[in-house]
Design a binder for this molecule. Sequence first.
Ligand code: GLC
Length: 751
Amino acid sequence: MKRKVLKLFYAASFTMLAVILVSCNSGNTTKKGSKLLAYDAQIDTIIAQMTLEEKIAMLHGKHMFTSAGIERFGIADMVYADGPFGIREEMEPHSWRSLQLATDSATFFPTGSALAATWSEEMAYKYGTGMAREARLRGKDMILGPAINIQRIPTGGRTYEYLSEDPFLSARLSVGYTKGVQDNGVAVCLKHYALNNQENNRGRVNVLVSPRTMREIYLPPFQAAVEEADAYGVMAAYNKVNGYWCSENDMLQNKILRDEWGFAGMIISDWGGVHSTVAAALNGLDVEMPGQRYFGQALIDSVNSGAVPVSVIDAKVRNILRVRLAIEPVPANEANKIMTAQPEQAQIAYEVASKSIVLLKNDEAVLPIDLNKNKNIVIIGDNAIRTMALGGVGAGVKALYEITPLEGLKNRIGNKANIEFIEGYVKPKFVWGQFKSPYTDPDPELLAAAVDAAKKADLVIFMAGNNREVETEGSDRFSIELPYGQDSLIAAIAAVNPNIATVVVAGAPVDLRVVNSNSKALVYAWFNGTEGGNALADILLGNISPSGKLPYTLPIKLEDSPAYAMGNYPQTDSPISEDIFVALVDEHKAESLKEDKSNKDIAIYSEEMLVGYRWFDTKGEAVMYPFGHGLSYTQFDYKNLKTNKQTYKENESIKVSVDVSNTGSHNADEVIQLYVRRINAKVEWPLKELKAFERVSINAGETKTVELNFDVKNLRYWDEESYDWLLENGEIELMVGSSSSNILLTQKVNI
Ligand code: GLC
């Protein structure tokens, strides 16, 4: 009760900040009741007239991506579509085979880590808007996204799909994406709730995590999207958390998500991720997808036997009907009538891509490319021609088109210079179920041809990185080295021509030691969507300045990363079993998802809060490139750090302003970051944590005053004794800079 009163107090006393100059990405959460509650009276009337069979029919898959409505009352089915980086093509109702429609080619948006590299809630909102518009053209009610799990391990198969290693950055983008989608008439489905931070054995792994670490590192993106953006859907993850499957986890689904955060929408399982009838029903799951093994006849029997009260079923029906009544169904005869991919969305994809690209280094100002000096350019590497919309396991996008790096450069360079493409390395053909390690030596002939071409070039653009088979759902990489012998290849090229600009096309961290020492310029260009090649060319040629910032740490070597250094990943004591999703999708194995009782997969998150930069900063360990790092073609000067007060109370906001000047000759965006360091704290903290950031556009010669406001309550810690958020009073240091390791101004205040 005390907590409830406190929360009411916060809600009442919280006032929206009128920010003078620039809106702030501060995570100011105002928790209001969900819009979905407005439908409850209407829903009472509907439920009172429903049969048990009609109720249960709503609680499981009707088709692969549909769950039932109530035909008798004209209430439409719920229609789902993967996301999170484009609306997935139409498939047959009961299989994973494509329907091969002519109109379901969609916009391939930059994937999660690229969106995160924009450090822009505004971009995330536009992204969600674009996703919703194309979902509506396809008759979808709920997008299965955003995918917002924290990138705990650099090898995570879905790191490309997720956002960041930092909970605050992930939370801000989750809010923007959710608002963008739901303001445009579609529901989101936050996934995968929760702690699905690895793909190896994701269907069996039991994550053991402390309550404080769970609350402060892994749950914030979900909490923010629910409390601030009123997310309508949540997808229960495949894994266990502290001993309980997510799809039957009372703590996660009932106590935290619904009771504490006020979530009023519907919880669906991941595909094939349900493990019981009664436990899943009593502990919060609303819809089993895509089948009805547990929430079909078995659930009817469980109700009739008294094991599951009808009131529990009614609550599930209510959750679904709230979303159903909030989202206007698209009549079947209006869906898929025009091409999904529309130019407005391609423009959004371009804008996100152009703000995501990170300039890691730029010795001798090799970039932007001077076409007067570089008349012969050779582009080496399969990633110059590789499309990234599809590949590997799981969600992808049948893109209407995808501009590759080579196409983008040809589009922008035209006849102003001679471009030669050399393969350098080749991506082997992907054969379903036949895993072949991509970590091989270079092909001698391809290497010789590349060296030969490099000798004659003024500039080499080396297209390095991964692809959608190397980084894939269903399995984690076992290395972060560059595949197909790229390291040996670039060393051989650099021996004959040191004038190299390397572009890394990847979604996750890679080992940069060799390419970094052999390249004058180094760029991270992500799996960057339909317009990625054009955006990359505009950056390389200086049409726009790079402004992306790393959403995660790039370690010097994999063993330095916390989970590896702590020895708690991979769980080597158990074989990597058949991936739960692959088994479901592969028709030869779909007959059953065997419950392996010998589950030895325990993932002990023993690094606790020290995920990503929190680890490296606190341990004082060197990294290749730090969280938040990204260079520009101009220079920025930070001065006049000011705060509105010296001492703050718990229910106040800390208002910080800093003057940022563009002292160079290139108009550009900058992302100003604010971290907080605790001084002489009694509670254990990471060295510093991101608490606010702001992306601003500043023309050459211009100065802007940037505000970075955040609530004192965002400085609380989860106290495991009192099972509540507490504030540790004392001195803190505000650290403002252009990356987590380039702190330019500091000021101490008291809370
Ligand atoms: C997959 C993924 C999930 C996806 C679902 C439907 O297993 O884990 O992200 O939305 O199945 O494709």
